[in-house]
Design a protein. Structure first.
Length: 256
């Protein structure tokens, strides 16, 4: 795929809207607000800026964002749950603009969070960035997984196996799967024009997952804490481009 310039231009627009949504939410995610309120703000911001929220009605999902609290790994459903001191929540946003998708998530800390939780969040962000920084044509997908897995396991954490990153463009999910664990020099070779997400989910305990009765919410089987960050990226001739970087320079908590 040599002619990917137009595709990248559209993905920049969608990715920018997703990232600006998380930037806006940074000022509103605090003690005393509900995850439904976060969902409402995110939905309205995306709508008012020319996009729509991809998760809304996706395979029956009833909300615009995913809000995954504490031991929830991913796909947490916004509710009347009020954020409390010591909580951490991952907010996952996917904006669609002109039929192209931008998918990104960040962790947010409420009040004073524990040292263990802070270490988990920092390790998760660093693992994602270590994988991103090696991206270029010719490397293999297994190299990304190896970067993430080796780093977090050295810190005493574990990589979730049940969920992975994915190809993305004018579809929400498409090949290839981007595993967050693996062996060097294994898997598909990266080529210019490829676009996908890297979104490691890292647990403080074991990597095993349990899905709740709602069919969506994934929690740690041992009830340990979990953290996640996500970017949408593209491979170009020289390396990579992140489509979902914060315009305000926000990377990991604290943001303000």
């Amino acid at each position: 795929m040599n002619n990917y310039i137009e595709k990248f231009e559209k993905m920049r627009i969608a990715g920018s809207l997703a990232a600006r949504t998380l930037d806006m939410l940074s000022e509103n995610i605090k003690e005393g607000v509900s995850t439904n309120y976060i969902d409402k703000l995110g939905y309205e911001f995306i709508r008012d800026n020319g996009g729509y929220s991809a998760p809304l009605y996706y395979r029956g999902f009833t909300k615009s964002l995913c809000t995954s609290l504490n031991h929830v790994i991913c796909h947490g459903i916004p509710s009347d749950r009020i954020l409390q001191d010591g909580d951490a929540v991952n907010v996952d946003v996917t904006a669609v603009v002109d039929e192209y998708y931008g998918d990104t998530s960040r962790m947010y800390c409420i009040g004073k969070t524990s040292v263990k939780l802070n270490n988990l969040i920092n390790a998760t962000y660093e693992a994602m960035m270590r994988a991103i920084k090696i991206l270029k044509p010719g490397i293999k997908l297994g190299d990304l997984g190896y970067e993430i897995q080796s780093y977090v396991e050295e810190k005493g954490f574990s990589v979730v196996r049940d969920f992975c990153g994915h190809g993305i463009g004018n579809k929400f999910h498409e090949p290839p799967n981007i595993l967050h664990y693996g062996n060097k020099n294994s898997g598909m070779e990266l080529k210019p024009g490829m676009t996908f997400t890297i979104e490691p989910m890292i647990n403080a305990g074991v990597y095993n997952v349990k899905i709740l009765n709602d069919g969506w919410t994934a929690v740690t089987k041992d009830k340990s804490l979990s953290a996640q960050f996500e970017h949408t990226l593209g491979i170009n001739e020289n390396g990579y481009e992140i489509f979902t970087e914060s315009a305000k320079g926000y990377t990991k908590p604290p943001y303000l």
